[in-house]
Ligand binder design. Structure first.
Ligand SMILES: NC(=O)c1ccc[n+]([C@@H]2O[C@H](COP(=O)([O-])OP(=O)(O)OC[C@H]3O[C@@H](n4cnc5c(N)ncnc54)[C@H](OP(=O)(O)O)[C@@H]3O)[C@@H](O)[C@H]2O)c1
Length: 273
């Protein structure tokens, strides 16, 4: 197994966290990924040898917004007034987020995903799992506003670009599994009952979170029990009343979902998607 990270700093963090070796890490900015063979010499790989013979790829890159320090200071200064007015101390929507130059959603979540999908084809990968996000059908979803100014200008629309990349994968000819998780939380996996559905139906739930570990287990289930089927689905975790209660494994939940024959309908959503 090989993990791709953007920078040396991210590689060090990953190695410290997972205790993996240097050979298991590839550093590449996906927005700049190159994968042409050098001349006619098929011996010369433009990518690390560790990637040769790759059978499956899990894509979970995503543009990372940075918080504007100025907006944090402004929000802090407003706290006393908000408390006096019996409002929320900090209004999350007052905080301003920006993407680093060249690292905004159009580049990372669309160009970067497309490059990885093309790269998968080049490597002869058989199955691509793409971790996208729930809410992709709603252009007014708050996540799409991140990176834009008050007039709606600037680089944003992360879910719009994710949806476009999903469509690219669907048309790629590769076997695919597209996973739309709700909000990711760092709780222990296997503690919540997983619920899978399609087309943002789960957005109606009050609680829409899922553990990162459960999403990872769904990725593994997709690679092991899909049986040649390509599907796209949403997922959340439901709390169970008793923490010792039995919850079905990600693999069992995914197998049952496959039996329903459901998959996302890519004709839905605004025509510009
Ligand atoms: N967080 C949520 O609540 C949530 C909800 C639904 C779906 N998701 C999806 O779940 C996945 C993981 O989310 P997360 O919250 O764990 O995100 P995250 O921690 O921000 O991870 C995104 C990763 O993408 C990497 N990345 C960004 N730009 C890159 C580039 N140009 N080249 C190579 N790597 C790049 C980042 O690398 P660096 O560490 O170097 O920045 C980071 O490791 C994403 O697809 C996200 O859209 C997240």
């Amino acid at each position: 197994m090989v993990g791709l990270v953007r920078s040396e700093a991210s590689a060090k963090k990953l190695m410290a966290k997972t205790k993996c070796s240097l050979e298991e890490v590839v550093i590449s900015d996906v927005t700049q990924m190159q994968f042409e063979n050098v001349g006619d010499d098929i011996q010369q790989n433009p990518w690390p040898r560790a990637l040769d013979g790759t059978e499956a790829m899990v894509i979970c890159t995503s543009a990372v917004p940075q918080i504007s320090k100025l907006s944090v200071i402004k929000a802090m200064l407003k706290i006393p007034l908000n408390i006096l007015a019996k409002k929320k101390a900090i209004n999350f929507r007052d905080l301003v987020f920006k993407y680093k130059p060249g690292q905004y959603p159009g580049m990372v979540d669309y160009v970067g995903q497309k490059k990885q999908i093309d790269f998968a084809k080049k490597l002869g990968v058989k199955h691509v799992v793409l971790v996208s996000s729930m809410g992709v059908l709603d252009p007014n979803n708050f996540l799409n506003q991140i990176g834009k100014d008050k007039r709606g200008k600037g680089h944003g629309d992360i879910l719009v670009w994710k949806r476009k990349a999903e469509k690219y994968l669907c048309l790629s000819g590769l076997q695919y599994t597209i996973i739309h998780p709700g909000g990711l939380v760092d709780t222990e996996s296997g503690k919540m009952e997983l619920e899978l559905d399609v087309d943002d139906a789960l957005m109606r739930n009050e609680k829409k979170s899922i553990s990162r570990g459960d999403v990872a287990n769904l990725c593994i289930a997709a690679l092991t029990v899909s049986g040649g089927k390509s599907v796209s689905f949403d997922c959340i975790g439901r709390e169970v009343p008793d923490e010792n209660a039995h919850v079905r494994s990600a693999e069992d939940v995914f197998k049952d979902f496959l039996k329903t024959g459901k998959t996302a309908d890519y004709r839905l959503g605004p025509a510009s998607y």
